[in-house]
Design a binder for this molecule. Structure first.
Ligand code: GTP
Ligand code: MG
Length: 443
């Protein structure tokens, strides 16, 4: 993969569509556009002004019409990739797209783009940092409203700006420390070490506070929040799943032991992705298949972010209570059209619809935490974000141990380097392949 090559790919989705956008980036882009719009009768075609969409009849090398399209070009560095870029807005049939791609592939210096290669060039040319690249990847993958909002803020620099501000404070402290190393004859103020340590500790505490809540929530937004439905056989777990999903995803019968495997169904709840897991009813059983299902139900309850423990007229089963110890549990009485429960958190009936909205509210509160708004959450949903902030906090914490200027400066250097890894300002190679390989072709 050479960065000197000019790359091309269709940037819109596959299949039939009104319009398909084919993107070309690199030093041969404008020559490729000229070649495509060359008319046998005319001399070398002049290109219209950049950044303006214009009508373009695209032709093969021997002049045959490929498509009546539109084209726009951007001159580097003022483009998405930072290179000369051409976008062809062709008719979106597979045949047109194939014909245009085939014409491009015969041109000298051009080759099809690899997955994520346009974005990779944007990153390498300094058009976006690593956190923004991740935001773009997540925005393209966004399925829910919360994912869209959070990834758009990450793309717009919400994470990068915060990381940069923290990093600048650290670099400032380091510069002040190193200034004293360079002037050993001057008298170091007596309060120098305590003051600097207090500043480092305050910054570390602020970073930690911002991170702990944001990472938990942003990771839930990205990957989904898991809610397990557990309880005795026949208590109404699958019925509740179907009611929450508003479709018949799970089999419901009056036979106890209907559900045998754990079934995870993604549901968009108030804009958030929630993976609701229906499980086999928990009971001792001689049936081999059902016993495996019960094991899986226990696993699901252990790994879920929230457990909804369903209870009917039979009451709370002590074995289940024991298994749920330590989990975050909400008790829900089912079949409230048949009986009235007290001493549970909520009552529902899938027949009357009673309590279903309340279940959604409980899940939402548990997911978001009280009084938390998505707009104030830093988009730091990836493990590596929390990891690098954690390392920076740890490095700042080490300031406590040192009475020597050079060692103090080194702690600061470690802390700013850890933060630099989030935006790709430091040690970028090891994460590049991992991040860009998850993009689709044409991005
Ligand atoms: N009247 C009434 N019946 C319900 C309600 N919820 C479930 N049922 C009935 O209870 C029976 C069991 O429902 P399921 O949803 O299959 O129960 P389950 O907990 O998934 O059972 P297993 O998969 O066997 O563990 C079915 O006959 C349902 O129609 C309810 O709210 N009201
Ligand atoms: Mg079931």
């Amino acid at each position: 993969m050479s960065r000197a090559d000019t790359i091309f790919a269709v940037s819109t989705g596959g299949g039939r569509a009104g319009v398909a956008v084919i993107r070309v980036s690199g030093r041969e882009s404008l020559a490729a556009l000229r070649a495509l719009i060359r008319n046998a009768a005319a001399a070398e075609p002049a290109l219209p002004a950049p950044r303006i969409l214009h009508r373009a009849n695209l032709r093969t090398a021997d002049g045959a019409l490929l498509d009546e399209a539109m084209a726009v070009h951007f001159l580097g560095p003022n483009s998405f990739t930072g290179e000369d870029v051409v976008e062809l807005h062709a008719h979106g049939s597979p045949a047109v797209v194939r014909a245009v791609l085939s014409a491009l592939s015969t041109m000298p210096g051009l080759r099809p783009a690899e997955a994520g290669e346009f974005t990779q060039r944007a990153f390498l040319n300094g058009k976006m940092d690593l956190a923004a690249v991740e935001g773009l990847g997540d925005l393209i993958d966004a399925q829910t409203e919360a994912q869209r909002r959070l990834s758009l803020r990450q793309l717009g620099g919400a994470l990068s700006d915060q990381v940069l501000a923290w990093r600048e404070s650290i670099i400032m402290m380091r510069a002040e420390t190193e200034a004293w190393i360079d002037f050993p004859d001057e008298d170091l103020p007596t309060d120098f070490f305590p003051t600097l340590r207090a500043r480092a500790a305050a910054l570390a505490a602020a970073m930690q506070q911002a991170t702990s809540q944001s990472h938990r929530l942003a990771a839930h937004v990205r990957d989904g929040f898991s809610v397990a439905l557990v309880g005795l056989p026949n208590v109404g777990k699958s019925s509740l799943l179907n009611a929450l999903a508003a479709r018949e995803v799970a089999i419901v019968t009056e036979v106890a032991g209907t559900t045998r495997d754990a079934l995870s169904v993604p549901i968009e709840l108030d804009g958030f992705l929630v993976n609701v897991v229906d499980t086999a009813g928990m009971r001792d059983t001689a049936d081999k298949v059902e016993a495996i299902g019960v094991d899986r139900a226990i696993k699901a309850a252990e790994t879920a972010d929230l457990v909804l423990w369903l209870i009917d007229q039979r009451g709370e089963d002590p074995d289940i209570a024991a298994r749920l110890e330590g989990a975050s549990v909400v008790k829900i009485a089912t079949k409230q059209d048949l009986w009235t429960a007290n001493s549970v958190d909520l009552g529902v009936s899938v027949i009357s619809g009673e309590g279903l909205d309340a279940v959604l509210l409980v899940v939402r509160d548990c997911l978001l935490g009280e009084g938390v708004s998505l707009d104030h959450v830093l988009p730091m949903g990836r493990q590596r974000h929390a990891h690098h902030v954690g390392q920076a906090v740890e490095a700042l914490g080490r300031c406590e141990d040192h009475e020597e200027l050079a060692l103090l400066a080194e702690c600061m250097r470690d802390a700013s380097a850890a933060l630099g890894r989030i935006t790709g300002a430091v040690d970028v190679e090891d994460v590049l392949d991992h991040i860009f390989s998850r993009f689709c072709i044409g991005k």
